[in-house]
Design a protein around this ligand. Structure first.
Ligand code: NI
Length: 395
């Protein structure tokens, strides 16, 4: 039997090198051509078959085990953010305005490390491990691009994790239930009727109607939603008007919805439309409402997968390293895979104030304690191995 810990430990320097190389050359979501080329070349050098796509970035590696069994997929996201790095690291981004400020460089390097270990031990595997290097996580539902191209065909379960700056290095979280919210977008066009600003009775003021609509929208979380369920409705943009003395005939509102309850979330387009259209009608205006369903809520609702993930992480970091963690209203398009197959998602702590690593993600000074990298690679391997062993009936 392969000593997984030993195999991963031998790769630590290589994993850190890969992470630093990726960090130095970040690419924005769906533009990860160099990143994909790097991943593919590393996988091909190991000898692992890789599936690439003509029209999208990212790739999928396939490791067939020596024995029959299920198929498990491990996922890393590979994209960076439109941020100018201010860390001062020797391997800081060389691309102005683009930075790996969410740790996806770490996810990629960890999964590449895991790929090498899994390939070395492939004769021992009971089933198949697929590794998906996914583009554009920061954009919305880009994970769906792989689903529509058949990436999940024959896959029985999927596993993912995120390096997490609010948790200390050496800790982890894989927890049942609601973990992350959906991230949906709504756009509202409010139509009024222009008039001179000094004679508002001659028109229909779209700005006044929009202001009332913004206020009324907050009655959805406060009066329609069960207070025991978390729900956020935020109007982040309000555009309208041309001059101080002209009654605006058009205002656009753009906002986001963050919800965990799937049914309530699905009812949001109708609720927004009803509240907005009835409100603006009182001001003599009309409204058109559009709703875009982004990543769905991420809910760990397969207790067996959560247990296997937690056990795998505990083998690497210790039982005492487990931390319960509150759900967050941020989103993660890993949830799109979980619309189709069972999955589990968790967090790996990376905060280390003693090393000056104490900054949130999506920040120009975001840092990662690289001690996490080899651990993360080992957790990927152990999850795959444990899942395949357990589901083959040999566990
Ligand atoms: Ni991220």
């Amino acid at each position: 039997m392969t000593d997984i810990h030993e195999s991963a430990a031998r790769l630590e320097e290589h994993i850190i090198d890969m992470r630093r190389r990726l960090h130095r050359h970040p690419e924005l979501g769906c533009e990860e051509t160099e990143t994909t080329a790097f991943i593919v070349s590393e996988l091909r050098e190991i000898g692992i078959p890789v599936i690439t796509f003509d029209d999208i970035t990212g790739c999928i590696a396939v490791i067939e085990g020596g024995k029959p069994g299920k198929t498990v997929m491990l996922r890393a996201d590979i994209d960076a953010l439109p941020i100018t790095e201010q860390t001062g690291l020797p391997f800081a981004s060389e691309t102005p305005g683009v930075m790996h400020a969410c740790g996806h460089d770490c996810h990629t390097a960890m999964l590449l490390g895991a790929a090498r270990v899994l390939w070395e031990m492939r004769e021992e595997l009971r089933g198949t491990v697929k590794l998906i290097f996914q583009m554009g996580e920061e954009i919305g539902r880009k994970s769906e691009e792989y689903v529509t191209r058949g990436a999940l065909k024959g896959v029985d379960a999927i596993f993912g994790m995120h390096v997490w700056p609010s948790m200390p290095i050496g800790t982890f979280n894989f927890e049942d239930g609601e973990r992350m919210a959906c991230s949906d977008r709504f756009t509202i066009q409010i139509h009024g009727c222009a008039a001179h600003g000094s004679a508002p009775h001659l028109g229909h003021d779209a700005i006044l109607a929009a202001a009332a609509a913004v206020m009324a929208l907050q009655s959805i979380p406060s009066r329609q939603n069960n207070p025991l369920d978390s729900l956020v409705v935020t109007v982040g943009m309000m555009n309208g008007g041309t001059k101080q003395n002209i009654l605006a005939d058009h205002v656009e509102l753009v906002g986001t919805v963050r919800a965990f309850n799937r049914d309530f979330r699905n009812s949001m387009p109708e609720r927004i439309r009803t509240v907005v259209q009835n409100t603006v009608q009182a001001y003599g205006c009309t409204a058109d409402c559009d709703y875009y369903f982004g990543p769905s809520p991420l809910i760990n609702d397969d207790p067996d997968l959560v247990r296997i993930a937690r056990h795998a992480a505990a083998r690497v970091l210790g039982e005492e390293a487990y931390r319960s963690s509150q759900k967050v209203t941020g989103a993660e398009d890993f949830s799109v895979y979980m619309e189709h197959i069972p999955g589990v998602y968790g967090y790996l702590g990376i905060r280390n104030p003693e090393k000056g690593i104490d900054c949130g993600n999506h920040h120009p000074c975001f840092l990662v304690d690289e001690d996490v990298l080899v651990k993360g690679a080992e957790i990927y391997v152990r999850f795959a191995l444990d899942y395949l062993t357990e589901t083959s009936g040999e566990g």
